[in-house]
Write a protein that binds this ligand. Structure first.
Ligand code: IVH
Length: 703
């Protein structure tokens, strides 16, 4: 292709290319509905650049090739806003929203704009957590973009805003002489993660959250940097509007808000923006009265985690512009709108210290001790820092002001420090070399992220965690043996190993803090029941590294007794389903330790008798058989039935096929039962399953 042809031909092609490229930008960045492949887009752009290179005199600022142009700035110029950029009043509670609606309704009724029982009509929108921006279009062309600043004047970020392909350089359709569009610049969460990844990869600064990344990207003096950042824009309001359809009218503070406007509602204005090619978010909704507002708040609150970007609340605006005008302004905020905030997901607080915690396997976890802070609906006083590398990556130091985040039900985390507020003497975190609990050395194998205390069961912290693990629901299920009691039992020296637990008496237990006679009695009863655990559960309770509950069950099934497991060599262990070298070595190493063997013997001496999985001559009852469970059984939960089938060597599957041995159908069994009947698969009820397993009616599982 060449850039030749008659002058008119060249002009025509340029025009067509520019329109086509901006059309694709709009489809991609605003409508989220691209028409062409990236390759096709790149081809059009390349052709445009080719022509413009051959005819530099034909380059205009509105050309999509000019989105990134010019050299880095030395500083941003200051821009005075023709109409001030205001802020919004806040509502936090439902009561605040009802009061807002009442004030609005009262005023509008008094002004004769609202019937006696008529609810006010509002537009409810997202409150985007980004940066407010004002875009100024003159004769339909983008001439200036400014940050909010102090509301009266902000910074001129035109060169940067031009790089946002969702922002039209030229408005489509019939545009007024002057149009100031207000809205928010932000970064989607997924784009933010990708941005930080690439920042990290290039050894550049990572951002603490999408808002800061958006702010940092927009306040770049070099627009070429901004051009690489995934910034988006949504319009939600306006400033000065002049010369629409021949009308003239000022729109300065205190003056009428309507004379030169093309629509008489806020909703209509947003539709109009959209028709001009401006991006408007589709999350807006028309609602009526306080209850309509509160429903929207609840609806959006529930969807908030799924939204592609952060919002920090919702905004309610009276829809009718005439009503807005009557309501007017108070101080720096409109009386016709309010921001209803969600509980903050991020707060700043002081990092008082970094302590290390010792886990069951000796794993050392640094934990941030924080000045209590209310965030995400709870008071947070500490947060895990995961491991040494994480602390270093985030570079948080004792004394720092840190950003703490708790989103939804996610556990609280320290996002990072506020570097501007770092005390001069704040020193980087150093991992201790000795365990704070037992004094043993802390070691970190070179290829691992986790440092460990080498004290083993000599370390009281590891002992405590081992006991808590053994008492857990998937292990011996000893209800009532909680952290506080374990602390006391270990600290007083009364309990050294798992076996010691079984000599506790109710009388003795009731001496401990927070232990009433009743809870002591209950705990003794729980211990009594724990004396008959399934073998797999006891094995799991020992807390052997890499031996999870499933592996423990498989090993128990294979060997049938604790003695056999302890006596097994590597080859024998490797013969177990799903046991590989790592697990085999871990088991061997565990039982090679005399003190671990002692614990097993002591357990036996204390009367703990593991229940061997049931075998029949020729293997387990259900060896090689697949069962399907459907509907509700009268006594057994699905989990319990599954455990029993697995313990008997069977498998449980979710779908019925010709290979299914039995379908166990409870009440309200559905399509699986029908399928079984069609395929002629045997169907059992709970009693039938019990008989098959050789279990007598009633009672619950052997522990
Ligand atoms: S309207 C005259 N609508 O919230 C009112 N603001 O405290 C002008 N914001 O600085 C604001 N989403 O950055 C409006 N849908 C929305 C908004 C929104 C976010 C921000 C905006 C403004 C601040 C007001």
């Amino acid at each position: 292709m060449s850039a030749g042809g008659s002058a008119q031909d060249v002009q025509d092609e340029l025009q067509a290319l520019r329109r086509e490229i901006e059309g694709h930008n709009h489809r991609y960045y605003v409508l989220d509905d691209p028409l062409v492949s990236d390759a096709e887009y790149d081809r059009l752009m390349a052709r445009l650049l080719e022509i413009e290179q051959a005819h530099p005199e034909l380059i205009v600022p509105e050309s999509p090739s000019q989105r990134v142009g010019g050299a880095p700035l030395a500083a941003f110029d200051s821009v005075r806003h023709a109409v001030p950029m205001l802020s919004l009043g806040n509502a936090f509670e439902a009561e605040d929203v009802r009061a807002f609606d009442k004030r609005v309704s009262d005023t509008l009724r008094e002004a004769g704009l609202l019937g006696p029982a008529e609810p006010v009509r509002y537009v409810a929108e997202f409150k985007f957590d980004g940066l407010a921006i004002s875009l100024r279009y003159e004769q339909g062309r983008l001439v200036q973009a400014a940050t909010r600043g102090d509301g009266r004047s902000g910074e001129d970020v035109t060169a940067n805003i031009r790089t946002l392909r969702s922002v039209p350089l030229v408005l489509s359709g019939d545009s007024p002489e002057v149009l100031e569009v207000r809205g928010e610049v932000l970064i989607n969460r997924a784009d933010f993660e990708r941005l930080n990844e690439s920042q990290r990869a290039r050894g550049e600064k990572v951002f603490v959250n999408p808002r800061n990344a958006a702010a940092g990207s927009l306040r770049q003096l070099d627009p070429r940097v901004t051009a690489t950042r995934p910034l988006r824009f949504f319009a939600y309001g306006w400033g000065e509007i002049q010369g629409l359809h021949g009308t003239q009218g000022g729109l300065f503070e205190g003056e009428s808000r309507r004379p030169s406007l093309p629509r008489d509602t806020h909703w209509g204005m947003l539709d109009w923006f959209q028709s001009l090619g401006l991006p408007v978010n589709s999350g807006r909704k028309m609602v009526r009265g306080a209850e309509g507002l509160l429903d929207f708040y609840a609806e959006v609150g529930a969807r908030r985690p799924q939204l592609p970007f952060d919002i920090d609340g919702v905004v309610y605006k009276v829809d009718a512009l005439e009503a807005q005008e009557v309501l007017g302004y108070v101080a720096r905020a409109p009386r016709f709108a309010v921001a209803h905030k969600f509980p903050a997901q991020e707060e700043t607080t002081q990092l008082l210290g970094i302590e290390v915690q010792v886990g069951r396997t000796g794993a050392i976890t640094p934990v941030a001790r924080l000045k209590p802070v209310f965030v995400g609906g709870v008071t947070v006083t500490n947060a895990t820092l995961h491991n040494e590398d994480e602390v270093r990556r985030k570079d948080v130091r004792v004394g720092d002001t840190v950003i703490v985040r708790r989103a939804g039900d996610v556990i609280p985390e320290v996002v990072g420090p506020v570097l501007e507020l770092r005390p001069a003497d704040a020193a980087p975190f150093v991992m201790p070399t000795a365990c704070p609990v037992c004094g043993s050395a802390i070691e970190r194998p070179e290829d691992e992220a986790i440092a460990r205390c080498t004290g083993g069961l000599f370390c009281a912290a590891q002992r405590k965690q081992t006991l808590l693990h053994a008492a857990g629901r998937k292990a011996l299920d000893i209800e009532g043996l909680g952290e506080k009691l374990v602390d006391q039992l270990v600290d007083s020296g009364r309990i050294k190993t798992l076996a010691d637990l079984f000599s506790l008496t109710a009388e003795e237990l009731s001496q401990y803090d927070r232990m009433g006679a009743k809870s002591a009695q209950n705990l003794v009863q729980a211990l009594e029941q724990a004396r008959r655990p399934a073998l797999g559960r006891l094995l799991y309770a020992l807390g052997i590294r890499h031996v999870g509950e499933t592996t423990a069950r498989d090993v128990a099934l294979h060997f049938g007794s604790m003695e056999a497991i302890m006596a097994a060599n590597e080859d024998e262990l490797l013969a177990v389903n799903d046991v590989g070298p790592v697990v085999a070595h871990s088991i061997l190493r565990f039982f090679a330790e005399p003190h671990n063997r002692d614990v097993v013997h002591a357990l036996a001496a204390a009367g703990v008798q593991p229940q061997a999985p049931q075998r029949q001559a020729g293997g387990l009852v259900l060896s090689g058989k697949t069962l399907v469970l459907t509907g509700t059984m009268p006594n057994w939960t699905r989990d319990e039935a599954t455990r029993r089938i697995l313990a008997a060597g069977g498998k449980v599957s979710g779908s019925v096929s010709k290979k299914t041995a039995y379908v166990v159908a409870g009440e309200e069994a559905g399509s699986k039962l029908t399928k079984a009947q069609e395929l002629g698969v045997a169907v059992l009820d709970e009693d039938g399953l019990r008989k098959l397993l050789g279990v007598q009616g009633g009672g619950s599982e052997a522990r």
